[in-house]
Design a protein around this ligand. Structure first.
Ligand SMILES: N[C@@H](CCC[C@H](N)C(=O)O)C(=O)O
Length: 327
């Protein structure tokens, strides 16, 4: 079978986007997981952090399902949702839309370009929960806010939250960002362990100046990525709770793939976060897939979005220059 796909990224967190909306192509869940393992493999011509499947939705404009590179399905993906937002808005010729995800129907909206000629979208990150059962994190307490987790580290304090995929966030000094500790902690909580039966995304946050933070994330089901949208949203919220940033104000979130902008809101029903950033297309490809032969595949056509790639490289360089001043 032939599959048409778009390689895209949000802050260098890259995905293969496959449209199942028009019914010409559809997969079972088992096939989606296997496809993610095969096509996301970095040793192949494609390679990505995950696959975004775009499907029809009964209530919303479209539905997104996200599979990590290891074949596991995630309940949410912020950077991926921006790419899906662009794809769906352009397909339906709309400026805004609602996308169904595993646990919520979320607003997405085209924004003014974050940087010259960079297609930019806002996506809603919600619901947010601090209940440990929602991650899950198996500790004898209901929440964990700025507290050590004995098995992980003697000096780090973590906040656990689901947005709604699971995250732990710690605010650190530059030396912790550059040390091996994040890798050690992340591999522990994403391997067989008594605390996180489903694994967890692990973010180290370094405040840069008021209104600007740097976030590095080890993603469940992937490993270290250039950026993780839900993690940057969760981290922005945690910095507000710690008095480092303000609600309802822009927080510039720098990462190894560029930067996004978050705004934390609190309403009667809880917190939600605006995640604003690029939705960049890298190439459009046709892939010939042999399902009968272990998903072996061949890339038949590949058309690069050269102008978009070049423009994003400028944003990436400006972001890295900013980070270097403070780290
Ligand atoms: N990269 C994503 C999150 C993808 C899912 C995550 N690895 C998980 O398993 O929860 C993002 O941008 O939010």
């Amino acid at each position: 079978m032939n599959i048409e796909l778009i390689k895209c990224h949000g802050s260098g967190n890259d995905f293969l986007l496959i449209d199942e909306m028009d019914g010409r192509i559809t997969f079972t869940d088992e096939e989606r997981g296997k496809l993610a393992i095969t096509l996301c493999n970095r040793k192949t011509e494609l390679g990505a952090d995950g696959i975004l499947f775009v499907l029809d939705s009964e209530r919303s404009d479209a539905r997104m399902r996200v599979f990590n590179a290891d074949g596991s399905e995630a309940s949410m993906c912020g950077n991926g949702l921006r790419c899906v937002a662009r794809y769906v808005c352009e397909k339906l010729n709309k400026e805004e839309a609602v996308i169904e995800t595993m646990k919520a129907h979320l607003q997405v909206k085209k924004q003014d370009d974050l940087f010259e000629d960079i297609p930019t979208y806002m996506v809603e990150i919600s619901p947010v929960s601090f209940q440990l059962k929602d991650l899950p994190l198996q500790l004898e307490k209901e929440t964990l806010i700025n507290e050590p987790i004995e098995d992980l580290s003697e000096h780090l304090s973590f906040t656990a939250l689901a947005v709604p995929n699971p995250h732990i966030v710690t605010i650190v000094e530059a030396q912790d960002i550059h040390s091996e500790i994040q890798k050690k902690v992340s591999e522990y909580v994403n391997g067989p362990n008594p605390l996180f039966p489903d694994g967890v995304n692990v973010s180290f946050v370094k405040p840069l100046v008021k209104g600007a933070i740097y976030v590095r994330t080890f993603e469940r089901g992937v490993g270290f990525t250039n950026a993780c949208g839900t993690a940057m949203s969760a981290s922005s919220l945690v910095t507000c709770l710690n008095g480092l940033n303000e609600k309802d104000q822009f927080i510039e979130v720098y990462n190894n793939g560029g930067k996004v902008r978050c705004v934390v809101h609190e309403t009667e029903s809880g917190y939600w976060i605006e995640l604003i950033g690029n939705a960049t297309y890298v190439y459009r490809a046709t892939v010939q897939l042999n399902k009968m032969n272990d998903n072996q595949f061949k890339v038949i056509t590949k058309d690069n979005f050269d102008a978009e790639i070049a423009q994003y490289a400028k944003l990436g360089e400006a972001a890295q220059q900013f980070i270097r001043q403070y780290m």
